[in-house]
Design a protein around this ligand. Structure first.
Ligand code: NAD
Length: 489
């Protein structure tokens, strides 16, 4: 597929349903597949943030009073309009992020549609509950009340998918929002503003302020009129936001990094398991917080498993995101490419054996894509559990594979990291699955599957992977204040 040049897009903030004027300063955003600048993102200032928060505060008065079923109609309309433009959004997400187009078409954008649709359909049914207390001759009921202006800060790996997972629950509950998408992938958030306008969403309900975390992000987090913050990103930034938010006691949801284990027991059918593990280790170039980066394989099958895993990884095609056969597109940035390769080099220094991928296999890229940030699926063995690559989040297509002997042993080893986002367990013996799942200190355990998601189920992490959960019920709790009213009869 030829590399096609397109003009650079200049983004503008979206406040009170109006696209704002030019910014004094722009951040360059690169097309990872070619290494060329394709979007310029406004470096928003404190003044921009103040205007957006003011717009959201003013809009809150009416929006929070609107009956929830009327709010739901807007979300359903947004979902329909987004669905009509699925192809256009998928192309843009791929160009902006580096992921294969087929992945954006089948996962990212459909999930953004689902976010609006499912919160609109489910939340109105579960807002309130009541109970009659016979012994006191009283009727008690609860009201879930919207809180105010929410700051929604999202990362670059699943740009629209994760941002809409915050916008939809926040606004269906009656809050208004100011979003700050990642400065590296702001394009589809910008395009979403058009959809919001077309859906007729009242002004000020959703505002979009683009720019860096240090400037726009921190202004937003510390703004006194922002009552709640929903953040998805790295653990380092999550800690920083916690510190900034604490003095004002803002409500905080943190979805952070991971160092997820896959545990493969000796009774599995290797040929069935490996294709799913390929996805869990390498989908979206390994840039999914849920990707498996440590694989514990029982010693009875370690050698045949390793051989098949390596040959499957070598068969995954790395290349231009627009090609249907591409499994891994490009990493998000040159800086991230440097970080991932640095980790592989450290693994070599710490006694690891690089079985395939970076520094072992070469990439064959077509003309025009040579400067893209492509990285081959990389498999490392012979590392200690305490080694850097077994402990720190790499967030790229790199997996460390180590053997284990017993169930008890592997549980302890899998838990020995500062993160606790998710894990997967692969076994035929159901008792083993339940015992191991119960002992793992993570937010989600997938058993004989990976990343099968229902919005009805809570999502989030333990330890350094975050605080709080997202999902139909959990987001409803986060985005509302619960009040009990007791009436004597
Ligand atoms: P990041 O923390 O660098 O940035 C995330 C967002 O925070 C961006 O919009 C950024 O501009 C903003 N930001 C940065 N510094 C800020 C500050 N001081 N104040 C306010 N905002 C600030 O993360 P990233 O590199 O964009 O994303 C990758 C990370 O996100 C990985 O660690 C990954 O595991 C994590 N992640 C977690 C989940 C989850 O659900 N747990 C999902 C996706 C990604």
């Amino acid at each position: 597929m030829p590399c096609t040049e397109t003009a650079t897009v200049f983004l503008r903030n979206f406040i009170n349903n109006e696209f704002q004027g030019n910014s004094a300063t722009y951040i360059e955003s690169f097309n990872p597949s070619t290494g060329k600048v394709h979007v310029r993102v406004p470096e928003s200032t404190a003044q921009d943030v103040n205007e957006a928060v003011r717009a959201a505060s003013e809009a809150f008065i009416k929006w929070s009073q609107l009956p929830i079923r009327d709010r739901a109609k807007y979300l359903l309309k947004i979902a329909d309009l987004l669905e009509v433009r699925l192809e256009e959004f998928a192309q843009a997400e791929s160009t902006d992020q580096g992921k294969p187009v087929w992945l954006a078409q089948s996962v990212d954008i459909p999930r953004a549609v689902t976010n609006f649709r499912q919160f609109a359909e489910a939340v109105p049914h579960i807002m309130e509950k009541s109970t009659y207390q016979g012994e006191f001759e009283a009727l008690s009921y609860t009201r879930r009340e919207p809180i105010g202006v929410a700051a929604l800060i999202s990362p670059w790996n699943l740009p629209l998918y994760l941002l809409t997972f915050k916008i939809a629950p926040a606004i269906i509950c009656g809050n208004t929002v100011v979003c700050k998408p990642s400065e590296m992938t702001s394009l589809t958030a910008y395009m979403l503003c058009d959809v919001l306008l077309e859906a007729g969403l009242p002004k000020g309900v959703v505002n979009m302020v683009f720019g860096s975390g240090k400037k726009a992000g921190e202004h937003l987090v510390t703004h006194p009129d922002v009552s709640l913050i929903s953040f998805t990103g790295s653990t380092v930034v999550g800690k920083r936001i916690s510190e900034l938010a604490a003095p004002q006691m803002k409500r905080l949801s943190l979805e952070l990094g991971g160092k997820n284990a896959g545990i493969v027991f000796g009774d599995v059918d290797i040929d069935q398991v490996i294709p799913v593990l390929m996805r869990s280790c390498f989908i979206n170039q390994g840039e999914v917080c849920l990707c498996t980066s440590r694989l514990f394989v029982q010693n009875t099958i370690f050698q045949p498993f390793l051989q098949k895993f390596i040959s499957s990884a070598r068969n995954l095609k790395v290349g231009p995101p627009g090609e249907k056969s591409t499994f891994l597109g490009a990493l998000i940035s040159r800086t991230h490419w440097d970080k991932v390769s640095h980790y592989v080099n450290i693994a070599g220094q710490e006694g690891g054996t690089i079985r395939c991928g970076f520094s072992v296999d070469s990439l064959d890229l077509p003309e025009g894509f040579e400067k893209g940030y492509y990285f081959p699926p990389t498999v490392i063995t012979d590392l200690l559990d305490t080694s850097t690559c077994m402990q720190e989040e790499i967030f790229g297509p790199v997996v460390c594979i180590v053997p284990f002997e017993t169930e008890e042993e592997v549980i302890g080893r899998a838990n020995q990291v500062p993160y606790g986002l998710c894990a997967s367990v692969w076994a035929r013996d159901v008792s083993v699955i339940h015992r191991v799942a119960n002992e793992l200190k993570v937010g989600t355990v997938w058993c004989n599957c990976w990343m099968v998601r229902s919005l009805d189920m809570p999502f989030g992490g333990t330890k350094g992977s975050g605080r709080g959960r997202e999902g139909i019920h959990e987001s409803l709790h986060f985005y509302t204040e619960l009040k009990t009213v007791c009436v004597k009869i």
